[in-house]
Design a protein around this ligand. Sequence first.
Ligand code: ZN
Length: 105
Amino acid sequence: MALIQCSVCNKRISDKSITCASCGAPVNSKDAEATERAERNLRWKRNKRIQNYSFLTLLTFLIGAFLFWAHRDEIHSWSYYIGVFLLSTGFIGYSVLRIYKMLKK
Ligand SMILES: [Zn+2]
């Protein structure tokens, strides 16, 4: 038994297996349709994951914005600092995800 690399997801799999355990792509087969299906499935999963992270960063940003706005008159309070932290974390996280998504297309 040897370990080979899956042509779709690049994970290490056994050359004796029929399909990749990670993405379901056929191993040692010229079934182009099944390979394409596995690729499409993998792309869909990745997009879904990015979408979930984007939602989380957006939520972080909004909570931060609310705290920032609600405590704008008390700029040395913890709530204000937490607001600023969440606001910037959410913004940076969202921007990084957008750039990542653009580059992966
Ligand atoms: Zn795979």
